[in-house]
Design a protein around this ligand. Structure first.
Ligand SMILES: [Zn+2]
Length: 293
């Protein structure tokens, strides 16, 4: 999601990046490496997915944001005394979450080779009155995504419902966005049937379908609430005329939901571009596929 100039994010914490020199600087760097090593496989996956997003033209400029709940990897002992504390008001449900989160205004393509510049690992304190930066954020004036509260709410919701989904991905899948301009978008059941009938993979790997979220301004609480509502029943949240969001056990799985759903949208648009209405799988054929779900 973009942070458009003139539209203030709901999160107004400022975290000036300060460089620490001398022995203490070495100590901080050592602790940062220790933190990174604990979760380097997860961050490596983020770099892999960021490259896909860039090559697919789903992440122009500073579009999109990513977060991963890494709480299971960390204990209180990992909260370095040298870590910067940023006071701000976060939802109480976010207490003690440790998150990998991309930065506001940062380009997702930077994650491919320099994730420490475009993202950070943050630990939200016990009373959710702020967070420590444990790793990354190595860009002057770095701040977490302006969508931080939305991401935090999704992770808190997943924690409370014992969901295995730890990753959240918002990006701009082209064909899904185009379809959100079509009248089909106004009827969610018809929209999903139109995607599912395009090929078996869409029916099997997006079994709960797409939630069609009517247009709301980027970064708004209304959009965040709609997204949480959609995630209770659907695999992919499509924000009208904007983009899409999915969660998954890993960032790779979250990407897969968006990739497969967008494939259905692309095939549908290709058929229309060629001038015919696709016949599609029959209801009987779709029913038969349910044994793979
Ligand atoms: Zn967006």
């Amino acid at each position: 999601m973009h942070t458009f100039s003139g539209i203030p994010g709901r999160l107004v914490c400022l975290m000036p990046f300060s460089r620490v020199s001398g022995f203490r600087g070495i100590e901080v760097m050592t602790k940062q490496k220790f933190i990174f090593d604990l979760v380097k496989d997860r961050i490596s996956e983020v770099s892999e997915i960021a490259e896909y997003l860039w090559k697919r033209e789903w992440a122009e400029r500073n579009a999109g944001n990513i977060s991963i709940d890494l709480s299971a990897f960390f204990s209180q002992d990992h909260i370095s005394q040298n870590a910067q504390f940023v006071p701000c008001s976060l939802p109480s449900a976010a207490s003690n979450l440790t998150l990998f989160v991309t930065g506001t205004g940062c380009y997702l393509r930077t994650l491919i080779t320099k994730p420490e510049q475009a993202a950070c690992i943050m630990h939200i304190n016990h009373d959710a009155s702020g967070y420590h930066i444990l790793w990354g954020g190595e860009t002057p004036s770095f701040k977490p995504t302006s969508e931080l509260i939305s991401h935090v709410n999704i992770h808190a919701f997943n924690r409370n419902t014992n969901s295995l989904h730890k990753a959240v991905l918002h990006t701009h899948p082209i064909e899904l966005i185009v379809l959100s301009h079509h009248a089909l978008f106004d009827n969610e059941e018809n929209f999903n049937n139109a995607l599912w009938k395009m090929c078996p993979e869409v029916r099997v790997f997006i079994p709960r379908g797409v939630f069609c979220a009517p247009y709301q301004i980027t970064g708004s609480e209304a959009l965040a609430d709609l997204t949480i509502k959609g995630l209770t029943s659907r695999d992919v949240i499509l924000w009208e005329k904007h983009g899409a969001l999915a969660t998954g056990e890993t960032i790779v799985k979250a990407f897969d939901y968006l990739d497969v759903a967008n494939k259905g949208a692309k095939m549908l648009l290709l058929a229309w571009s060629a001038g015919f209405e696709p016949g599609g799988l029959t209801m009987e054929q779709m029913k038969e596929l349910e044994k793979f779900i």
